[in-house]
Design a protein around this ligand. Structure first.
Ligand code: 3HC
Length: 354
């Protein structure tokens, strides 16, 4: 049996050109034609192996070659381990990425990790997760309070406070530390991705990756593409989101993207109707739950998202569109000013301390 080296160069649409020398036993002439390129089923594995099927003219044999990819996302940095950041860390670790969760203090990182552990333990109790998988997920997550730890990540997702100045400071700092090929993504729900990218020297490697709360449950990710995001960056971001089991929709870099530009006016209108006394809180929520089949009513959902976050997004959209659809009702602003932030503060339209 003759062993030859097949030197081939194939272009992988997701990760760019892949060049390998592959030993193919039994082939006389390395004249092979690519017939089919298919991924294996498990989303976790296809990042590791891409299967190519080759056909040899001389031997009429089908040879399957497993090519180990080298140019792909393996290590993911996540800035902020709050509700969204810890959710993203959990699903990424579950999909076998090595995750570094960056927080401003060890205490805040531990809080995020505790949230993940609680959810995993609950899933084990329900028989939906086994202990080795729990250990794998937790083992894939490391904490950090220093951006320098993110230097060799392949993708950094920022899920910090919704504040343009804070986010810009984070990205400007990361840009100095991370290697040039690292992709930057923001999980912002409403701020301009293009504005955030402008503080970096890698605007082509910058996208929005907008997850939904609760991240482990909600199946959507909005990918927000700016005028500068490259095709390769968008493809890698899509590949990453899909490898987490999410469905991707593409949105323009426009305030609220797709979901929030539709959802927030609905929440604001519901609060307005409550404020003007159309119906009780419970009746408004039940009307939309039972009449329209929504999983939760709008006032519960606003509490769940956070009344401060809802107000913040509304203000940004109003500022950009100057349209009364996006104007926050006075009740919402008064509640936020009084510290009624929804579920996270224990009090919003509902009292969660009871
Ligand atoms: N984290 C992780 N998992 C959670 C969770 C959480 N915070 N809350 C609930 N779950 C899981 C439960 O463990 C359960 O899992 P299982 O089916 O495997 O047992 C499943 O979700 C269903 O939970 P429950 O039976 O306790 O309760 P519900 O049936 O009411 O579901 C819900 C909870 C999934 C949150 C559902 O009410 C829902 O879909 N609500 C709407 C959520 C929504 O609209 N999110 C988008 C907000 S907008 C946003 O995030 C964008 C931002 O930019 C503002």
């Amino acid at each position: 049996m003759t062993s030859v080296f097949l030197e081939h160069s194939a272009t992988c649409p997701l990760f760019g050109a892949v060049e390998k020398r592959v030993a193919v036993p039994g082939l006389i002439r390395p004249t092979l034609h690519l017939l089919e390129k298919k991924r294996i089923d498990q989303p976790v594995d296809f990042r590791r192996e891409i299967h190519y099927t080759y056909y040899s003219y001389d031997t009429s044999r089908i040879v399957k070659i497993h090519i180990l990819e080298s140019n792909m996302i393996k290590k993911v940095g996540i800035i902020g381990c709050g509700q969204m950041g810890s959710g993203i860390a959990q699903v990424a670790a579950h999909a076998d990425y090595r995750v570094i969760g960056n927080e401003v203090s060890e205490e805040l990182f531990q809080k995020g990790l505790h949230r993940i552990t609680r959810l995993l333990d609950r899933a084990i109790e329900k028989g939906k997760l086994d202990s080795p998988t729990r250990e794998k997920i937790l083992g894939n997550i490391t904490g950090s309070t220093d951006f320098a730890d993110l230097a060799d990540c392949d993708l950094v997702i920022e899920a910090a406070t919704e504040d343009m100045t804070t986010k810009k400071e984070i990205f400007a700092e990361l840009d100095k530390i991370c290697k040039p090929e690292v992709i930057f993504a923001s999980n912002t729900s409403s701020l301009s991705i293009g504005d955030l990218a402008s503080v970096t020297g890698r605007r082509d490697k910058f996208v929005g990756l907008h997850f939904f709360n609760p991240v482990p449950v909600m199946r959507l990710v909005e990918i927000v593409r700016t005028i500068d995001s490259s095709d390769e960056t968008v493809a890698a971001a899509r590949e990453f989101a899909e490898s987490l089991g999410k469905t991707v929709v593409m949105a323009k870099d426009s305030p609220g993207f797709i979901v929030n530009v539709l959802l927030i006016p609905y929440l604001l209108d519901s609060i307005r109707q409550y404020e003007r006394g159309l119906a009780t809180r419970d009746d408004i929520d039940n009307a939309m739950k039972l009449g329209c089949g929504h999983p939760m009513g709008p006032l519960t959902l606003a509490d769940f998202i956070g009344l401060d976050t809802t107000l913040f997004i509304a203000d940004i959209m109003f500022d950009q569109f100057r349209d009364s659809h996006y104007a926050a009702p006075p009740l919402l602003r008064r509640m936020v000013n009084a510290g009624y932030l929804g579920k996270k503060s224990g009090r919003g339209f509902y009292d969660y301390n009871k």
